[in-house]
Design a protein around this ligand. Sequence first.
Ligand code: OOG
Ligand code: NI
Length: 461
Amino acid sequence: MSIIEQWELRARFARSLSTMYGREVPAYNTLVEVSEEVNRDVVGRDGDRAQRLGTIDRITAERHGAIRVGTPAELAQVARIFGALGMHPVGFYDLREAAKSAVPVISTAFRPVDADELARNPFRVFTSMLTPADPRFFSADLRARLEAFLAARQLFGPELLALAGRAEAEQGLPEADAERFLELAVQAFELSPEPVDRAWYAELEAVSAVAADIGGVRSTHINHLTPRVLDIDDLYRRMTERGIEMIDTIQGPPLWRGPDVLLRQTSFRALAEPRAMREADGRIDTGALRVRFGEVEARGVALTPQGRELYDQLLTEIDRRLADSTGRSRADIAVEVWEQGLPDTEAGLREQELAYFTYTVNPARPGGVPPESLSELVGQGWVTATPIVYEDFLPRSAAGIFQSNLSGEGSRDTLAEGVGYDQDWLAAAIDRDIRNPFHLYAREQADSVEAVAAHLNLTTL
Ligand code: OOG
Ligand code: NI
């Protein structure tokens, strides 16, 4: 019997989710359309250079989603569904600590981890879990009612979870089961028509709009789905020209003359969607909630821990200069700081070990005895270095993206002590390892160096 493998389940899931989300949030379709236009234009203009960080086929299909759940048990179930799709938890993000816009959640990203799996379909989901035990956000009384509410709901049915378990154990499913699994999985992330209890929602919203979105309803839903674009500045202009109001900035590194690093993202603000509301007297009204929005992103090369440290220093430096300056734009200052602080070529990033690359032996290499360092091998045409694309997220842009649907400031008690909820706690709660993104990139780079060394008979690389 033929088995639908996990990568294909993942690709199909991403496609079905995209169709469903486009039906629910038509502006998402506009974003996808404009992204495809921009990508076609960039490939037309720059050819192969445009595909240095992924083939156009990969990029056209590439999406990330965001979902939010309420409890460790729910997160463990989500992990099982994503596990079926060959997606594993990578990285830990604590959005409670964000300076400007703290949100009572901790997060990880589910994604493929092997290079060939990423090349087949890189679908990833930024997944957040509410932190009701954090007294900076929730009083003991609210926490107790919230936890009781969450314990009484069921986001994922037994049939879906059983199929997910099987798909993960058997690394795929037969066609009929695969279809059923995908149908149930997509359904689980649709917006529910069930009325929202207005008073309960409002009580949570006073703490945080994200808390209300998660704990104010008895179901979950996909919060946004993000296409990847090759020129995000161009996309921003074109969306604005179409009359879609974007957030003020593109988050992450500035547009500058050097290589794209990490991740740049932007979004439009959440749109009001009609939702049935249950009033205090039991009457059902039509209300509206601003929850879901559109986001788009451009991806660059993955940075090493040293590179990331430098990146964080540069961000701090931008903030410092911005505070000291009068009237200069953040974008201007960012470019200046970048040009002073970061090598403006891939070779520079490589030689200072600021970014990750894979290495392959050049079929048209010179003859004779190869030099014994990677940088000479690349410099003399023996070996080609290709940047490894950043597959993860950035806490600071994530905090900014959460802002896209924060209706109000919410409230956080800045005097109370935060509690627990660190990466080990999260891993134990879902009983799965949470991988360190740096290790994944470093392993990919090291494997390629080893293959080069074996091929060229170099023992010292
Ligand atoms: C997730 C926000 C983070 C990103 O791209 O950084 C995110 C959310 O709004 O649930 O998706
Ligand atoms: Ni996102």
